[in-house]
Design a protein around this ligand. Structure first.
Ligand SMILES: [Zn+2]
Length: 405
């Protein structure tokens, strides 16, 4: 609003006229050639200090950026190990791995099948197909994330746990995932120890905490997607999870029991395909909805089998306890719960109907939270709870927390 008002005021005053860069350039063509001085920037008077040292450039007086240098060292170390692994491995599939890395921008800008095939035939060693083509593309994605983790805004702002720094650590996490999948044994090495040194002076939170709490939690692997689908199959639509990175297919979905009654059982298979590299992983799942908030289930690797007939027979007979015991006995299974639901590509979570009715959510809601947990309450129920709690505190005749109450 303020900007709209300001531009209209400038235009109507006749003091200046609004233009754009191309119009200005055609009216006033360049008269000098400028050369950019290496290791200089517009937003730091210390060259590129802002991206490698605690140079004093910041938004907020009094804040500490002692974390910037160590963060840079930690990522430099990770990048060196990734690049060494890339050089050792990519020669099998590319004629010149670094030339291919630079040319991969064409695939990043156009991810169609044709564009990818053109890239592989121009740079691949021989005719790459099947697992070789997949490996080649994963190596390219590895290098892409090893560059993304140096996105400059990760160092630009004041705080080590800000949005931008968290984002570059997520890129680093994805690079580590890819390197590990490709067989690199030593890329992680002392990365987390190096991140521990990246903290503001006197600050409690280092880049390691950010990496462990936020990045590790945000990583979505096939196991996690399968767990999401398993729970979503019972409380809504199983295909709600779809991201720019993964395509999810659900096969052999079967349910036993009547919707709205308990127990309700869903079984099926989930195939998670990575869009950029075509790699795919499959998981089988069985999940049981016992009571309002109680879900229990398992996901297993594709080659493990679940006793499907037995499970469905127990569900039809309403034998919740035996079902749970049988699920818990499945070898190598991962237990799923309502907490496995993932946000969608826009970061939204659908509150499933059973939870909405449990919490009585109809119209006005209150969202409260602490640390990594949020609670969503019906507004009237929250008010009632608060009034009751306040009365409890008022009635307490001894100090609840010494010195506080
Ligand atoms: Zn500076």
């Amino acid at each position: 609003m303020a900007l709209a008002w300001a531009t209209r005021a400038i235009e109507t005053s006749g003091e200046a006229s609004l233009t754009n860069y191309s119009e200005f350039l055609s009216l006033a063509p360049a008269t000098h050639v400028a050369e950019i001085i290496e290791r200089s920037s517009w937003s730091c008077a210390h060259g590129v200090g802002r991206w490698s040292t605690d140079c004093g450039c910041r938004m907020r007086a009094g804040s500490s950026q002692a974390w910037r240098g160590p963060l840079r060292s930690a990522l430099d170390g990770l990048r060196s190990r990734i690049d060494a692994f890339f050089e050792r491995s990519a020669n099998d599939v590319f004629m010149d791995p670094w030339v291919a890395r630079d040319a991969y921008i064409d695939v990043v800008l156009d991810r169609s099948v044709d564009s990818t095939a053109r890239f592989l035939s121009a740079h691949g060693r021989g005719r790459l197909a099947g697992s070789d083509a997949q490996r080649a593309l994963e190596l390219m994605e590895l290098e892409r994330f090893a560059m993304l983790m140096f996105t400059s805004c990760g160092w630009f702002f004041d705080d080590v746990d800000g949005l931008e720094t968290t984002q570059i650590l997520e890129y680093a996490g994805r690079a580590i995932d890819l390197a590990t999948r490709l067989g690199a044994q030593d890329v992680v090495s002392d990365f987390e120890d190096a991140l521990a040194l990246a903290r503001p002076s006197g600050g409690a939170v280092s880049a390691r905490e950010v990496f462990q709490r936020r990045v590790a939690a945000a990583q979505v692997d096939a196991e996690r997607v399968a767990a999401h689908v398993a729970v979503a199959a019972l409380v809504g639509s199983p295909d709600v999870f779809d991201s720019s990175a993964h395509a999810v297919e659900v096969e052999d979905l079967a349910t036993s029991g009547q919707p709205g009654t308990r127990p309700l059982l869903a079984t099926g298979r989930v195939v998670v395909r990575h869009r950029f590299t075509s790699s795919a992983e499959a998981r089988a799942f069985a999940v049981l909805h016992e009571e309002d908030l109680v879900f229990a289930g398992v996901t297993t690797r594709g080659d493990a089998t679940l006793p499907l007939e037995h499970l469905h027979a127990l569900a039809r007979a309403g034998e919740s306890g035996s079902l749970r015991t049988l699920l818990e006995s499945v070898d190598g299974a991962r237990v799923t719960s309502i907490g496995d639901l993932l946000p969608d590509a826009q970061g939204r979570i659908t509150v499933p109907p059973p939870l909405r009715s449990y919490a009585g959510l109809t119209k006005d809601c209150v969202v409260i939270g602490a640390n990594s947990r949020v609670e969503i309450w019906d507004a009237a129920a929250w008010q009632e709870y608060l009034e009751g709690t306040e009365q409890d505190f008022a009635d307490a005749d001894e100090e609840v927390l010494p010195g506080l109450f």
